[in-house]
Every structure is written in C-alpha cells, then in structure tokens.
Design a protein around this ligand. Structure first.
Ligand SMILES: Cc1cc2nc3c(=O)[nH]c(=O)nc-3n(C[C@H](O)[C@H](O)[C@H](O)COP(=O)(O)OP(=O)(O)OC[C@H]3O[C@@H](n4cnc5c(N)ncnc54)[C@H](O)[C@@H]3O)c2cc1C
Length: 344
C-alpha cells in the first residue's frame, strides 16, 4: 500500500546529503500504485531514483515521485541473454548479479551508484563501456496516454551522458523497466587506462574487481564524503578549438569522437585551473579527483552552486570553455540550469 508523506526530509535520498524538504513524497511499488498517485498529483513533481545525480539547490524541493518497482528476470535468447530489471533495483546489484551468473558486458559499469531506472537517462558510462552498448529496450510509462511504450535502443537517442529522456521525453513519463542484452561468451574490454594493467585473459570477475578497486581509490565514497560523482560533463569541442588549445597545452588529454569533434577531460581542465583540493566554507573540489565536488559539512545546496559557478568561471577564464553540469539541479520550482554569464 502506497502512502504519501508530507514535509519529508530528503537527506537520505541524495548523495550530497542535503536536508531538503519536499512538500509531498510518493513511493509507488507497482504500476497500479503509480496510476493511483498520478490521478491525484496536481502539483509539479520530480522523479527521483537514488538521488546520486541530483543536487537539491534549496531548502525545499518540488513534490517527489520515487518509483520503487523491484524485480529482475532473465530470458535465454540463443547466443545472448536478456535481463530485465525494474526501475527501483540498484544498478550495482544488477551488475553483481550478472557477473555472478556469467552474463557478460556490464562489468566495467560496476559500483556506479543509483537506480536502474535512472541509468538510461544520462546513459551511464565508465571505463570504456556505456549503457547504450548493451541496452535492448526500455519500458516507459507515458503520463498522457497512461500506457507503457517499448523504446528500443535507437528510439532512446543515446549520446554521451544524454538520451531522449533528458530531452523530448523529459517530464512526460517515467522508465519502469530496463532490458539489457548480454553475451554468453566472455570478451574483456580492457582498453581503458587502469584496466590495461590486467592480463588479456582476465576473467569478468577480475575486471569487475579491478573496476571497483580503481573507483574506490579515485572517487570519494558518498557515504563518507557526500558527493554526486562527476559534477561536470567532459566538454566536447570542435577540432579547431582543440588544435589551438593543444599548441598551448601539449599534454592535454583528448579523445577523438566519431563525429570529428574532440572530448576533453573536465577534471584535467579544473586541475590545471589550480582547483584540485580547493575548498571554501564547508564544500570543496575533491582532493583525489577534480571533477567531483564534495560536501564536507554544509546543510545548504547553494554552497555547491556557488562553488560550481566559481569552478566554471575559472575554467572559462583559463581555457575559454564553459563546463556544463552533469548533475541535475532541483530547486523548489523544478530543474534549473547554470548558464554561461552573458549568454543567459
Ligand atoms: C560516487 C559517484 C560516482 C558516479 N560515477 C558515475 C560514473 O562512473 N558514470 C556515470 O555515468 N555516472 C556516475 N555517477 C552518477 C550517477 O551514479 C548516475 O547518474 C546514476 O544513474 C544516477 O542514478 P540515481 O537513481 O541516483 O538518479 P537520480 O539522481 O535520482 O536521478 C537522475 C535523473 O534520472 C531521472 N530519473 C530517475 N529515475 C527515473 C525513472 N525511473 N524514470 C525516468 N527518469 C528517472 C531523474 O529525474 C533525474 O533526471 C556517479 C555518482 C556518484 C555519487
């Protein structure tokens, strides 16, 4: 039975650990509970997973809808395996389940916090793999028609940290189930720095363990030092911008993209701006990874906003590149953006 909770404290529902209060908190466990809630929900609301990619920017938020559908099913599809997970499942639990059962393809995505339902939204990725590589389809509940639509991989319009769910379909429905197609035959993806230390015949379990070890060494654990992982997206620039920067900064990391553009490392740009380990008040830039903003003891999401704007201004001044947040910024009125000064 689903109940609505009023004036609900979201401290435990965001990895920055900000004590924002939502006027109404709904947690449906099934489609019928969801439909029941939507019948009566008239105020603006935000769909929340585990809150590990969301910053509450004020002391209050909009109403919160946190779908908590549970369950994982497995279907043999000949030379591959189809695994369907409900939106409320934990992503890392799903990865562990797959590795334990010898279903291959997502071991590089181990230890990414958050829910299965949020994973397609920004097309989660790490260590040379992204969700788009393995997705078969997504079941999406459309608010207007009250029906479930099946969206295959191309319909999801995946791109780097992007999908149709952040664009055309934003606010129009929610992801209820994600189906991935994994391989029965093991083939390691060891191209990424750090994983190339493994022998070429490394097992899936070894890759899984290595990814976990690298992440634990590099990224602050939100349970100990609250954060939302990479705060900014890696900027993708045109070839000419890249060539100009490369002359000045020959050691600048860069990754050529299929479309001729070049992806730069936001963490490197921040570090070169002298901000790695920088702190102000009760927030700061992580000491181990400049792309991560951390909350040492603040109770106010605005502190992270001010820090993020400072980082943006310093990187803009040095490299003429404006870093876009990867983290979703939720105010009491809905999602907000941090726009480039004089381009607002
Ligand atoms: C320490 C740390 C490390 C991280 N490392 C990585 C990494 O390596 N790679 C990476 O890609 N990300 C990384 N992240 C970011 C985060 O783990 C992912 O973005 C994850 O998918 C967020 O899941 P969530 O359930 O917490 O999402 P939330 O923050 O709750 O929501 C994120 C977005 O998804 C939407 N959403 C949530 N559930 C649904 C649903 N069922 N239907 C429709 N929309 C929904 C929300 O409205 C919001 O827009 C990291 C975060 C942390 C804290």
């Amino acid at each position: 039975m689903n109940t609505m909770q009023q004036e609900y404290d979201l401290s435990r529902h965001n990895s920055f650990a900000f004590p924002a209060i939502c006027p109404a908190f709904y947690q449906p466990h099934s489609l019928s509970e969801l439909e029941d809630i939507l019948e009566h929900l008239t105020s603006p609301f935000y769909i929340l997973g585990a809150g590990s990619n969301t910053l509450f920017t004020e002391a209050t938020t909009t109403a919160i809808l946190q779908p908590d559908f549970q369950g994982i099913t497995v279907k043999d599809a000949g030379d591959s395996i189809l695994i369907s997970a409900q939106c409320g499942e934990n992503w890392h639990t799903l990865v562990s389940f797959c590795v334990e059962n010898n279903y291959y393809g997502i071991e590089n995505l181990a230890l990414i916090p958050g829910s299965v339902g949020a994973a397609p939204v920004q097309n989660i990725g790490a260590y040379g793999t992204e969700l788009a590589d393995v997705i078969d389809h997504v079941l999406w509940y459309e608010f207007a028609s009250k029906t479930i639509k099946k969206l295959n991989r191309s319909a999801c319009k995946f791109a780097y940290r992007d999908s149709i769910f952040k664009n055309q379909l934003a606010g129009k429905g929610l992801i209820v189930e994600v189906t991935i197609r994994l391989a029965k035959l093991w083939q390691a993806n060891l191209t990424y720095r750090g994983l190339d230390e493994l022998p070429s015949d490394a097992t899936a379990k070894e890759v899984f363990n290595k990814v976990i070890a690298i992440r634990q060494a590099k990224l602050p654990d939100p349970e100990i030092l609250p954060n939302a992982g990479s705060f900014f997206k890696n900027p993708v620039v045109d070839k000419q911008t890249f060539e100009t920067l490369k002359v000045k900064y020959p050691n600048m990391p860069a990754y050529m993209q299929d479309n001729g553009k070049v992806k730069l490392a936001a963490g490197w740009l921040i570090e070169q701006s002298g901000l790695k380990g920088y702190s102000t008040g009760e927030v700061g830039v992580a000491e181990t990874q400049a792309l991560v903003l951390v909350n040492y003891a603040s109770k106010n999401g605005q502190d992270i906003i001010h820090l993020a704007q400072y980082v943006q201004s310093q990187v803009l001044a040095k490299f003429d590149i404006f870093l876009q947040p990867e983290v979703r910024l939720l105010s009491s009125k809905g999602l907000i953006e941090l726009t480039q000064p004089n381009q607002a």
